[in-house]
Write a protein that binds this ligand. Sequence first.
Ligand code: GCO
Ligand code: MG
Length: 454
Amino acid sequence: MRRRDVVRGMSGGLLAAAGAALLPEAVAARRASQRPPAARGVPPLKITDIQTILTAPNGIRLVIVKVLTSEPGLVGYGCATFTQRALVVQTAVDQYLRPFLVGRNVDEIEDIWQSSYVSSYWRNGGVLFNAMSGVDIALWDIKGKRANMPLYQLLGGKVRKGADCYYHASGRDFAEVEDNARKGMAEGFRHVRVQCAVPGLATYGARSTGATDRTEAIGPTNPGRIWESAAYVRMVPQLFEHLRTTLGDEVELLHDVHERVQLNEAINLCRALEPYRLFFLEDPFPPEDNGYFRLLRQQTSIPLAMGELFNTVQEFLPLISERLIDFIRVHISQIGGLSPARKVQALSEFFGVRTAWHGPGDASPVAHAAQLALELASYNFGIHEGGRFPPETREVFRGCPVIENGYMLATEAPGLGIEVDETLAAKFPFPPGPPHFDYSWGTTRRRDGTVIRP
Ligand code: GCO
Ligand code: MG
């Protein structure tokens, strides 16, 4: 083969290398010395401080972690929101993670996660993992800013233009749910989660119509808010019958059971819902009943989503590896942040499980932006929960992802693209008394007084 033919079949660096091999040594050496130096990454930077920002722009208690670095002005934000126990997370960050991590190299995200994980000896759980998540997501934000790239670039680059979102529609009756679903559809959402009140009961996702006697402490002998599953299980298929008749077949419908039924009820409910072609049915069981998925899976073709209450990956590994669910729905700050979420996403891809990270109002815009980065870069993305950031939230979190035509889109700014306006954040202090989202946990009971999960 002649030299010209060899060269024609090559390109770029290979061509240069082959050329150098064929040139006299002195010329090759001169050319090498003229080449720009290889990129050597970025100079080491230290964590100089870790702070917490507490804010409730829409009445929902959010915990944000701010990591400061030795480069003046370079900071990162992470979400550590465990809204029901926000102040405990703040203590975990300020009193424990901060002293453990100040002085560490900001680039060592994985090692910072691994060493923080064992730094308390007893580990995991909602408080410690949320605290770690605040730091973890902030470090990814910083890495993106240093690279001058939006975070999805560091995770592999886009595999889609935007993340399809699902809108929440609820109501006191079927007509109100339908009206609210139509509002979402008119805004361009192709996916709508529908929840409806059951008369006389404290139903998840809809304003309660049950009576509450608050003069005495709620307990087994004074149950207060009442939940019974039988009426609910009868209502849901009727709701879907109504919605498919009025809204048509095109729109994708979702529903959250919120862990409130027994195995046999879940089987019957799933079977009754099959004709209505749900996008997914969420959280039929509490995590304590993970074992039920093996039985439910065999009985129905309804796509199953599960997971906002999970903490450790070990809890839900079998659900993924045995293909017992269709969507994994962990709350990314609850499992420790973006670093573990990336692993869950990668693992799930190999078992045909799609991601539908938990994303209600108690996941801050910082968490949504981190989820979005992963969703844009991962093949097995399923759906993004949430349809909007309210105006006050958008003012505090400048640079929220954009929602357009039912898609969440990256702003293309470096890192997560969000700057927290701390002066404004301080104008929305935590509300006194039981926070929003906190009102019913541990106080909703069966008619006979037995507390329900959750
Ligand atoms: C959802 C959830 C939430 C949770 C809430 C708890 O799927 O959106 O179930 O509404 O109940 O995040 O704080
Ligand atoms: Mg849910």
